[in-house]
Design a protein around this ligand. Structure first.
Ligand code: 6GU
Length: 247
């Protein structure tokens, strides 16, 4: 997969060299290219923003540097076209299902806005030649799209074959499409069996795989009800067995 990121703060993306994603980049599993939007300005001050038409607070990102950046990264008329992802608090909520869909794309381009956002004509024009998703990562406001892109790139890249060590750890994720779609994961334990007088739940040491699966499902259901009641309310009653109903 190829990922291009355009930002006025390319330094924000240093963490992409670290950990599993860093290793995947070095092995060539993901090709991440970070670009400085100011490379496509032409004035002495490398201006990227201006005051909003109609008045109001803050500044808006000018369309010209964005148009030139997207033309340079995605030359008009070339056959391969990426999906353009524009992080914005007013976008559609980013979900695990969307991470799975993005992970199936060969090429993603991220356009990080700052200030009050990017002049709307940039997305409007980009839509003429590539698919565009405006996405938000939660109901709070960040100072710019950079941190949201780190979140999205991490969620997407760990789904790529060859990025995570253990492919199974993806299928039983919270929110993973399938059995866990509407459940969050329950608690986990490792050695030692007793720590500060606290024993690991006995069933996990029993070797009874059926009982362990049952216990894990109970814990996931309980945690979903307590931490995410709105998710629990969406669980289809037909997918619950008699043991689930006791939980
Ligand atoms: Cl994607 N961008 C910004 N600036 N704030 C956000 C966001 C994105 N998602 C939630 N808040």
């Amino acid at each position: 997969m190829r990922i291009d990121i355009v930002s006025i703060f390319p330094e924000y993306f240093a963490p992409l060299d670290v950990s599993l994603l860093g290793k995947a980049r070095r092995r060539g599993v993901v090709d991440v290219r970070v670009h400085d939007l100011r490379d496509w300005t032409h004035d002495r001050h490398r201006t990227v923003d201006d005051t909003p038409y109609g008045g109001g607070p803050g500044m808006v990102m000018k369309p010209e540097p964005w148009g030139e950046a997207l033309d340079a990264i995605v030359p008009p008329g070339t056959p391969a076209v990426p999906r353009l992802v524009v992080p914005t608090p007013s976008g559609r909520p980013f979900t695990q299902a969307q991470a799975v869909a993005f992970a199936a794309e060969p090429w993603l381009v991220f356009a990080c806005g700052r200030y009050e956002g990017i002049d709307s004509r940039v997305v409007e024009e980009a839509r003429q030649r590539m698919p565009v998703d405006e996405v938000g990562i939660g109901d709070y406001v960040l100072a710019g799209g950079e941190v949201a892109v780190l979140v999205i790139v991490e969620a997407v890249s760990r789904l790529l074959p060859g990025v995570l060590g253990n492919a199974d750890s993806v299928t039983d994720d919270s929110f993973a499409p399938g059995a866990m779609e509407t459940l969050v994961e329950g608690p986990v334990y490792t050695k030692p069996p007793v720590w500060r007088d606290r024993a690991v739940p006995e069933v996990l040491l029993s070797g009874d795989h059926g009982a362990i699966a049952r216990w894990r499902r109970d814990q996931a259901l309980r945690r979903t009800v307590v931490h995410r009641p709105e998710l629990a309310a969406k669980i289809d009653p037909d997918t619950l067995d008699a043991d689930d109903r006791r939980v």
